[in-house]
Design a protein around this ligand. Structure first.
Ligand code: SF4
Length: 502
């Protein structure tokens, strides 16, 4: 009976006309030959050309494929230093010096696919399967709230038991939880739930939108069509390259206007994948006038029972990882950039200084692992391997020492600053100013409600420095009402109010 209903479900997932409508003359936006040609035609760029490209990034414009290809072809260590330096400059110009924190919550490891690099794949009999009940999702949410998180991304395998109705109910379960912060006695809840899930049709995406999700995230894994077909068996849903390639076009069309792209680095040549991410951005911009809200660039790490995951010829070295992060930062200046706990603490620290804007902390990837308090050191329960198991307070303390302010801001989403609106503000460097104010307000909450003594001490001097900067910025001097509201809300938070934003 179960096999029969699963079979029916699988047959109805892919809606061919919701792929075809985006094609141009029957072609999708990834032309491998064109990418190879761009990479070949732009070897040995002169220092002057690289500097012109860096200036374009600094003017907050998406780069053209030839320009990104030129950056990817730089060989001089001295020019790479300039690229790294400019990447951080672009980030600070667009997003200021804040790092947004979130936690992933894995709801289910049931999956009908067989991706060669993933421990959740159906054929992996080492994996113990579990799907959380909505009460268990609430328990997980309580555990994450106790750390101080305000933003979650829910992660689902692709399975009829975790289809869109389950996802929408999971989102509602998370939003329904309220917890009291032990240090201050103030209430706390998750303010933004993002989703990482399989591609789906527009009608289902509208259900997710109706459930109040923030960003919808789908990684293409690899943009190289042949490699995609090699690692995703053709007889599985995920074997359809174009269904996945247009997942976020459908999301935009459904009204979800914050979409997140990503590639799993290590499946194919990293330079090709960077180009793929750029072409994806350009096609979203062409169709909808706005690119991705965020870009992710996880590196493949060992997964349960997967030889490929620990043995790929395309594994990316730490040095190349720095380069790809910097080039992505410069290629799509308005996109948020996410570095996750897959990376070791030292690498995370390094790429935060190359323009990353978001990271996770206190991450557990086992199903139910937050409330079970299980540390994910055992591959048997992992989709992949975590490189940075530190808790939220430790990571916040580290970034504060680096001069970056932790932000739990969800104001943009709740004030309608999403999609085209937020991307327009980011390109004019306006959103970063709001980010600065809201980062201070949410950091104030964190310091009062959750921080360890040491983090609070470091955080208090950082927050004073930030307030000093805000007070002296011409942007706010010309908008005294904003400054006035910010000061009032900061005082109210000190007095015990929560969830205030601009
Ligand atoms: S990567 Fe995703 S789709 Fe593939 S097996 Fe893992 S959970 Fe399933």
């Amino acid at each position: 009976m179960e096999n029969k209903s699963a079979g029916n479900w699988i047959r109805n997932i892919i809606v061919q006309e919701e792929i075809d409508k985006y094609l141009v003359n029957g072609k999708d936006f990834i032309d491998s030959n064109e990418i190879f040609t761009k990479l070949t035609n732009n070897i040995n760029p002169s220092k002057e050309r690289v500097r012109e490209i860096l200036q374009k990034s600094l003017s907050v414009k998406t780069l053209a494929p030839d320009e990104t290809a030129a950056l990817l072809n730089v060989t001089s260590p001295e020019i790479w230093e300039e690229i790294f330096h400019t990447a951080l400059e672009v980030k600070k110009k667009v997003y200021d010096n804040r790092i947004v924190f979130f936690a992933p919550l894995y709801c289910s490891n049931l999956c009908v696919n067989n991706c060669a690099y993933c421990g959740f794949r159906e054929a992996n009999d080492q994996e113990i399967r579990r799907i959380l009940t909505f009460d268990e999702i609430k328990l997980e949410t309580v555990s994450v709230l106790k750390e101080g998180h305000k933003r979650l991304i829910l992660v689902f395998g692709e399975h009829y038991r975790s289809d869109v109705d389950y996802m929408a109910a999971a989102v509602k379960a998370v939003y329904s939880v309220s917890e009291i912060a032990a240090q201050s006695g103030r209430p706390s809840s998750i303010r933004r739930v993002n989703i990482n899930a399989a591609p789906m049709e527009i009608a289902k995406l509208r259900i997710l939108k109706g459930a109040g999700i923030g960003t919808y995230q789908v990684f293409q894994e690899t943009y190289h069509p042949q490699t995609y077909h090699d690692v995703h068996p053709q007889n599985t849903l995920k074997g359809n390259y174009r269904w996945r390639l247009y997942a976020l076009h459908r999301a935009m069309e459904s009204g979800i206007d914050d979409v997140a792209i990503g590639a799993l680095f290590g499946l194919y040549d990293w330079r090709f994948e960077v180009m793929g991410l750029l072409y994806h951005t350009l096609d979203l911009e062409r169709h909808f006038g706005v690119g991705p809200h965020t870009i992710s660039f996880p590196r493949m790490t060992p997964a349960s029972g997967s030889k490929l995951s620990s043995d790929s010829p395309w594994n990316v070295s730490d040095d190349d990882f720095m380069k790809l992060v910097a080039v992505l930062r410069l290629s799509v200046p308005t996109a948020g950039m996410i570095v996750t706990a897959r990376e070791k603490a030292s690498i995370k620290k390094a790429v935060i200084q190359l323009g990353c804007t978001q990271t996770d902390a206190s991450t557990r990837i086992g199903i139910g692992a937050y409330s079970d308090q299980k540390r994910e050191t055992d591959l048997d329960t992992s989709q992949f391997t975590i490189g940075d198991p530190r808790d939220l307070d430790q990571v916040i303390q580290e970034v504060a020492k680096m001069g970056f302010i932790a932000s739990f801001c969800t104001a943009g989403y709740r004030c309608g600053r999403t999609g085209e609106t937020i991307m327009g503000m980011l390109s004019h460097c306006d959103e970063g100013k709001f980010c600065k104010l809201n980062a201070v307000l949410t950091f104030r909450e964190y310091l009062s409600d959750y921080a360890s003594d040491e983090t609070r001490q470091i955080g208090e001097s950082l927050i004073m420095k930030e307030i000093g900067e805000i007070e002296s910025m011409d942007y706010f001097k010309n908008k005294p009402h904003l400054l006035h509201k910010f000061r009032a809300e900061y005082s109210e938070i000190l007095g015990g109010k929560r969830d205030l934003f601009l």
